[in-house]
Design a protein around this ligand. Structure first.
Ligand SMILES: O=C(O)CCC(=O)C(=O)O
Length: 288
């Protein structure tokens, strides 16, 4: 069996990172988030984490705190979600042109990608291992097949084997839907605060057991193909003012974008115009 995941520096070559991801299903990027951004995120998220109760079921973890709607809680996620190795790899892997006929025209349509789910996951002392799972199973898809999700887990605090660092089975995105994952095949993700684990949606993984007396805090963001339903409903989770605090690329990633040839339109237009309109009201023509 192959060893744990490869580590790269933030200035690694994108081609190399894509090759690693397609082969191993995951990669660790050192220093993905700079210290100032990490501190700003902690300051915006700490009150919500402190106020958050533990999960209520075995899957989400009865000793785990989960805080969602992250783009509504901070305006500091741009350098994280647009990191060249994360967004770059997600675009390269998922935005594959799809050929089709429209009448007698042979055309190719390239899908968009979108932010699907966001969450802080704080695993506390006494939390056991989460069942290993594939996150792209949310879309009830079959494996193996083209990647429809590329996900990031940023270590907000250090991840170790002892404190619940994400368990990953390298290469498991190549498996079919019959082979079951075994905990003995999984490697813990060990990385200092500020580093990030990038993995493909078809990779079996899960939160680890925390046997220490300090919590392990991770922040996950998932990018999915734009023709799939978002895991977390970003239109409900992130109010308009919070969306407007982000630059155009991030606003589009939050779902204000049209996936070719024509998914997600508003009044038959690119939904991005809704963010530029004065006061969009359903059924009323836009005044931009
Ligand atoms: O917290 C982690 O390390 C992973 C959690 C996870 O995979 C999940 O909740 O789906």
């Amino acid at each position: 069996m192959m060893a744990g995941l490869i580590r790269v520096t933030p200035d690694a070559d994108l081609d190399e990172v894509v090759e690693i991801l397609e082969r191993d299903g995951g990669v660790i990027v050192e220093n993905l988030v700079d210290e100032a951004t990490l501190a700003a995120l902690w300051s915006d998220f700490q009150p919500a984490l402190d106020a958050c109760p533990y999960g209520e079921d075995w899957y989400n973890g009865k000793r785990t705190r989960r805080v969602s709607s992250l783009f509504a809680r901070t305006a500091h996620l741009t350098p994280v979600v647009t990191h060249p190795l994360y967004l770059g790899a997600a675009r390269r892997i998922m935005q594959q042109p799809v050929p089709m006929w429209i009448g007698k025209s042979r055309v190719e349509m390239t899908p968009t990608i979108q932010i699907s789910g966001t969450q802080l996951i704080e695993i506390h002392s006494g939390q056991g291992k989460q069942p290993l799972h594939r996150d792209d199973a949310l879309h009830l898809r079959r494996h193996p097949g083209p990647t429809s999700r590329v996900q990031l887990m940023v270590a907000m605090s250090e991840f170790t084997a002892a404190n619940g660092g994400t368990l990953v089975i390298p290469g498991s995105h190549h498996w079919d839907d019959e082979r079951a994952p075994e905990q003995s095949e999984a490697y813990p993700t060990e990385m200092p605060a500020g580093s990030g684990l990038i993995w493909l949606g078809g990779v079996y993984h899960g939160g680890g057991r925390n046997t220490t007396d300090t919590p392990r805090t991770g922040m996950t963001i998932a990018l999915d193909l734009g023709n799939l339903r978002q895991e977390e409903n970003q239109y409900l989770a992130v109010p308009r003012e919070a969306v407007l605090a982000y630059p155009e690329e991030v606003r589009r990633l939050l779902g204000y974008d049209r996936c070719p040839p024509g998914l997600g339109w508003y009044e038959m237009e690119d939904p991005y115009v809704v963010l530029e309109a004065d006061a969009p009201t359903p059924g009323v023509p836009l005044t931009v």
